[in-house]
Design a protein. Structure first.
Length: 90
């Protein structure tokens, strides 16, 4: 089952986001098992939404790359996960 993550990065700067992005995906490509990645700025910080093939793929990425990169950037906010019940693509 596909899984989504939602990261509401209140107080996270674009520079912090880009630091993490360049550490986990220096060529700006999707990680194995990641289907979509969308990020944007809000009045409060950064929002990231991702779609993953499975919880296992997300767990592997977090354990091997994302957790360390977030820590190095000083980001302590953790993403929330949700079960995907529908996806519409073009």
């Amino acid at each position: 089952m596909a899984i989504g993550i939602y990261f509401d990065g209140v107080g996270v700067t674009q520079a912090q986001y880009e630091q993490v992005l360049h550490q986990v995906s220096p060529d700006n490509s999707l990680a194995p098992g990641m289907l979509h990645h969308v990020a944007g700025t809000t009045a409060d910080g950064i929002v990231v939404v991702e779609l993953w093939e499975s919880q296992e793929a997300l767990n592997t990425f977090f354990a091997e790359k994302l957790g360390t990169a977030m820590q190095a950037a000083g980001i302590t906010i953790q993403p929330k996960t949700f079960d995907v019940i529908n996806e519409i693509t073009s």
